[in-house]
Design a binder for this molecule. Structure first.
Ligand code: C2E
Ligand code: MG
Ligand code: MG
Ligand code: MG
Length: 286
């Protein structure tokens, strides 16, 4: 009996592995033509002041819609793109689209908004990609402060002197740097000081639990206190409920992002959203 179970488990394991291998191969194969076929687009999600409900910035998020298979989530294709190098053309497309869209929003009078763009370490390590970042403000007549780059905190980032140097280079040019998914994996105050980031984005797994788990609530309060002490800006991700807003509102200076305010939406919808939001700021979200 035990032997049989063991065998079944082995078969199951192989099945899963095989399915994943086939899926990755499919993604890889179809991702090559995704950009030229116009299947990649950029969605936007607002970053909101929890007290005033004012929108400060927009996070740009890549979307891939395959004509037959529909949306393939970034959690599936970004990793593949990092492994085969397609993250460079995809990242370039996201960045140029976001800058162009932000230029349009500034023209419509939303000239305080910044755009927040996710970068992977592969992108940071690519000299031409960094050159392209540096050329963005002039190209789109925006200030470097209008661009925030989100980097997921990893040991690899802080322990690589080349990467730390590149981040300093961007910082010195007044671009903003945010640490994404803060608290999810490895976290260290010492490292934060070392690279002088502007903002930490508290991982959504914390926010999901702040109202139901005492430990998480305390830990979140501690992270916010530490960030305040270091004079870092704070964005809480995954704000879905009014209870989340109420909890986070006990603190000053916390920005929020999440389904409570808006899901990530295409640019045209975001344009409408911003128009409506400015005329009815508080009534919408209490
Ligand atoms: P991220 O940078 O942490 O982005 C936030 C993710 O949380 C997004 O997932 C967003 O849709 C989701 N989210 C926002 N609010 C809520 C909420 O209230 N509840 C829940 N459950 N989820 C929420 P998405 O768009 O699927 O992206 C996943 C990850 O893929 C991103 O995580 C980011 O690291 C990566 N990614 C997306 N676009 C790009 C890109 O252009 N370049 C790179 N390098 N990575 C990207
Ligand atoms: Mg992000
Ligand atoms: Mg990210
Ligand atoms: Mg995140």
């Amino acid at each position: 009996e035990a032997k049989k179970m063991g065998k079944n488990r082995y078969v199951f394991y192989n099945d899963e592995l095989e399915k994943r291998r086939i899926r990755t191969a499919w993604i890889e194969q179809h991702l090559y033509t995704a950009i030229s076929n116009g299947e990649i687009s950029v969605y936007y999600q607002p970053i909101v002041d929890l007290h005033t409900k004012e929108i400060f910035g927009l996070e740009a998020l890549a979307r891939w819609k395959h004509p037959k298979s529909g949306f393939i989530p970034p959690s599936e294709f970004i990793q593949v793109a990092e492994n085969n190098g397609l993250i460079i053309p995809i990242g370039t497309f996201v960045m140029e689209t976001a800058a162009k869209d932000l230029r349009n929003l500034h023209n419509s009078g939303f000239d305080h908004l910044y755009i927040s763009i996710n970068l992977s370490l592969k992108q940071l390590k690519h000299p031409e990609f960094i050159q392209r970042i540096i050329s963005l403000p002039e190209k789109y007549q925006l200030k470097p402060e209008h661009f925030q780059f989100e980097i997921t905190e990893t040991v690899a980032l802080f322990e690589d002197p080349d990467l730390v140097r590149i981040i300093h280079q961007l910082k010195n040019r007044q671009f903003r740097i945010a640490i994404d998914d803060f608290g999810k994996g490895f976290s260290s105050i010492g490292y934060l000081k070392q690279i002088a980031v502007d903002t930490i984005k508290i991982d959504k797994s914390y926010v999901f639990d702040i109202c139901s788990n005492e430990e998480t609530a305390k830990l979140t309060n501690a992270i916010i206190a530490m960030a305040n002490f270091l004079q870092l800006k704070i964005i809480a991700e995954g704000v879905e409920l009014s209870e989340h807003v109420r909890f986070l509102n006990k603190h000053q200076n916390v920005l929020g992002q999440g389904y409570y305010f808006s899901r990530p939406i295409p640019f045209d919808q975001m344009n409408d959203f911003l128009q409506k939001h400015t005329t009815a700021v508080k009534s919408d979200w209490g």
